[in-house]
Design a protein around this ligand. Structure first.
Ligand SMILES: Cc1cc2nc3c(=O)[nH]c(=O)nc-3n(C[C@H](O)[C@H](O)[C@H](O)COP(=O)(O)OP(=O)(O)OC[C@H]3O[C@@H](n4cnc5c(N)ncnc54)[C@H](O)[C@@H]3O)c2cc1C
Length: 388
């Protein structure tokens, strides 16, 4: 009998398990893979300042540090956001194989039990507790828990079993493929983004440095808009830009870009991170929101145990916490994403050119959009209130 069972040991799960254990709860975290953090389904980019709010930065899991970003429109027009311009720190590229394991170790250190190669396959609610059916190498058993935190990623089984609406339409998911590439030439001080309806329909191509001449080079496209598979678009791009590059790792995965969901709770259950579609609809970034949500879920689990109330009504305070923190940003960026999806390449070029030589202030989607609204008031008038 546990107070909390956390399903999934990604950033959301480990933060939830750590926080719940720190609050004195009996916690079990189960991870279906045999190794936490592997395979990496992520470009691993994260904001320095936001990450530092959760963990002490450790060079062991930092693969690279960047001072800015370069964005290219379909005709090659370049928009540069840099530390020199913005006067603030920009970002890290993580080594998630090490980072995810580090977070799980923090959860274990706080007192959580952690088991790997173990899937949660069913939930059975009985009276006011839940039986969680677990499966490890063909063997099945049940544990009882007062609360279950589903941090089981974009295809969340826990969400479905708990009856929380987490369905995704083809227009609400980015389909991604990424290569870890060596032998490529670029300035490692920057991350790079290429946009355009021919380059990456409904998404973008990215390059995130991972050391000398090495980088995560990937693509996200919206299946509802793309005519071909994401890999074909990416291969075509790489042939043109990095012909001599060597691919040493391939990953594929989906990012939910649905925006804010109505609720991430049911009786006895909270969903956190990708399971609750907490990734940003514009950037696809989800690590920080997953960590925030995991922490909030851990806090609310402790309150629920103390109050002996595990009902959805009580757990709604978790919805309040994550919605107050980043719900508005998810809503706003979903509207922006829908607007960008309707733009043709000519408009994207026009927008990029309008920013040439401008100081964009802080490195964020908001600062780019504010600069764009100032330079193109007619084109973007309808979304101005969202960003000011
Ligand atoms: C190609 C790609 C690039 C990305 N790049 C970035 C980026 O640069 N920056 C960024 O911030 N975000 C990025 N993201 C998004 C980011 O990876 C996710 O938002 C983040 O990992 C979400 O964390 P999580 O803990 O919610 O889920 P996950 O990290 O997906 O962890 C879920 C865990 O649950 C486990 N699990 C699933 N089902 C079960 C089960 N039934 N039982 C037990 N365990 C289970 C899984 O094995 C997994 O370990 C990217 C995503 C993709 C696909």
């Amino acid at each position: 009998m546990y107070d909390v069972v956390v399903v999934g040991a990604g950033p959301a799960g480990s933060m939830a398990a750590k926080t719940a254990a720190e609050n004195g709860l009996d916690v079990l975290m189960v991870e279906k893979r045999q190794e936490i953090g592997v395979p990496v389904r992520c470009a691993e980019g994260v904001s320095k300042a936001e990450l530092a709010e959760f963990v002490e930065i450790d060079k062991k899991w930092i693969a690279a540090e960047v001072i800015g970003a370069k964005i290219y429109s379909p005709d090659g027009s370049e928009v540069i956001l840099s530390e020199e311009q913005a006067g603030n720190e920009v970002g890290y590229i993580l080594e998630r194989k090490i980072f995810d394991r580090y977070l799980a170790r923090l959860a274990a250190k706080a007192g959580a039990d952690v088991i790997v190669k173990t899937s949660a396959v069913d939930l059975i609610r009985k009276d006011d507790i839940v039986k969680v059916k677990l499966r490890k190498m063909g063997e099945e058993w049940e544990v009882e828990s007062k609360i279950v935190i589903g941090a089981d990623g974009v295809e969340s089984r826990i969400g479905k079993l708990a009856g929380i609406d987490t369905t995704l339409k083809l227009s609400e998911i980015e389909s991604c493929v990424q290569y870890l590439m060596n032998n490529i030439d670029f300035d490692p001080n920057y991350t790079y983004f290429w946009i355009g309806n021919e380059i990456a329909p409904g998404g973008y191509i990215w390059l995130f440095p991972k050391g000398e001449n090495a980088a995560n080079v990937g693509i996200g496209v919206m299946p509802a808009k793309a005519k071909r598979k994401p890999k074909e678009y990416l291969d075509n791009f790489i042939k043109q830009k990095f012909e001599d590059g060597k691919i040493v790792e391939i990953v594929a995965g989906g990012v939910p870009v649905k925006g804010e969901i109505k609720t991430a709770v049911a009786d006895n259950v909270m969903l956190a991170g990708d399971a609750a579609h907490h990734a940003d609809p514009i950037t696809g970034g989800g690590i920080i929101n997953a960590m925030k949500a995991g922490k909030y879920a851990g806090i609310v689990a402790a309150q629920a145990i103390e109050s002996k109330n595990y009902s959805a009504e009580f757990l709604r305070r978790y919805d309040m916490l994550w919605k107050n923190d980043f719900g508005q940003k998810l809503r706003r960026n979903k509207i922006l994403q829908e607007k960008i999806l309707k733009m043709d390449d000519k408009t994207l070029n026009k927008l990029a050119r309008s920013l040439a030589g401008k100081n964009l202030g802080e490195m964020s989607v908001r600062s780019i959009v504010i600069a764009l609204i100032k330079a193109n008031p007619r084109l973007l008038w309808d979304i101005k209130d969202l960003f000011y």
